[in-house]
Design a protein around this ligand. Structure first.
Ligand SMILES: [Zn+2]
Length: 302
């Protein structure tokens, strides 16, 4: 019987391959730490107010920000390449769906859309809600269905404070690697839970990890969803120091940016950075909107 359990060369090779695959998988996540240089295109700025909820077909897709920016110090050669490739892939993908897939808003108005992924929870999301309430700022929260089920009170509070609630899937999978029925289920289950809690179904969806392809987008369109990526990544989940997040964001932000932040994942730095970010941007003349307001699309499907 002992013979059976002695590792043969074949088993050792197999274990080696499994370990290598695990390293590659991890690296893919780490690869998200890195970004391309900022796009410093100058734009004309006005302080015009956004209309409440305009239909998508009346917006001009040509005026939207179509690039992804943001930076972090944790750069490495391979991770940088992966990150740049991902950005290029998503920019190309978004360009195919000008009316349903968005990276940023119109660059002609000094407007900002703060977005918070991965909530709700009982700690950081309520803290962020309180900061936003005190600053009289409305934002967009992309909630996980599984977490909404656990923390319905936080979801209710988010809605009652006037923020827009979007979907971030049910279990946070890599949708490009999921089957079509699984993608559909991730969308529908989250819709149902959010509807049960708030009485409304989200019209906005943010793919976990920013991971999507044509199959994913097509499935989201079948479910009547706008796909929302971001035009500015704060790396708040990865950068430990709030001051670094604040400094980089406030120096590089552009009118129309949709800002990626997190309300539940390593949210400490986000919570610390947020009051200062809002203060600086407000002093700089920026106004804060929900993503639906920025894009001129409906935020919910009733
Ligand atoms: Zn996420």
């Amino acid at each position: 019987m002992d013979e059976i359990f002695r590792p043969s060369p074949i088993i050792l090779v197999a274990l080696g391959i499994v370990a290598l695959l695990a390293i590659i998988a991890t690296f893919d996540d780490l690869g998200r730490k890195v970004i391309a240089p900022a796009n410093n295109q100058q734009t004309t700025v006005t302080n015009a107010t956004y209309p409440q909820e305009k239909k998508a077909d009346s917006s001009s897709p040509d005026t939207m920000i179509r690039t992804i920016r943001g930076d972090t110090r944790s750069l490495s050669g391979k991770a940088l390449t992966q990150w740049q490739n991902w950005r290029q892939q998503i920019e190309t993908l978004a360009a195919q769906y000008p009316l349903t897939v968005y990276l940023g808003g119109p660059p002609g108005k000094k407007a900002i859309g703060l977005t918070f992924d991965d909530g709700p929870d009982q700690q950081n999301t309520p803290k962020i809600l309180e900061i936003l309430r005190q600053a009289d700022v409305r934002a967009t929260f992309f909630f996980l269905g599984s977490s909404a089920e656990r923390y319905p009170d936080t979801v209710k509070k988010t809605a009652s404070y006037g923020h827009l609630i979007g979907s971030h899937s049910f279990t946070h999978p890599r949708l490009s690697q999921s089957s079509t029925p699984t993608i559909a289920q991730e969308i529908t289950k989250t819709d149902d839970i959010l509807h049960r809690i708030t009485g409304r179904r989200p019209a906005l969806f943010r793919p976990p990890y920013g991971d999507a392809n044509n199959t994913v987008i097509d499935e989201l369109m079948k479910k009547d969803k706008y796909t929302i990526f971001w035009s500015f990544d704060t790396f708040d989940w990865q950068q430990k120091k709030a001051e670094e997040i604040t400094a980089y964001l406030t120096e590089h932000v552009q009118p129309g940016d949709i800002i990626l932040m997190h309300s539940a994942y390593n949210g400490k730095a986000t919570v610390q950075a947020l009051p200062k970010i809002i203060e600086i941007l407000k002093n700089d003349g920026y106004e804060f909107y929900t993503v639906a307001e920025m894009l001129g699309v409906q935020g919910y499907r009733e």
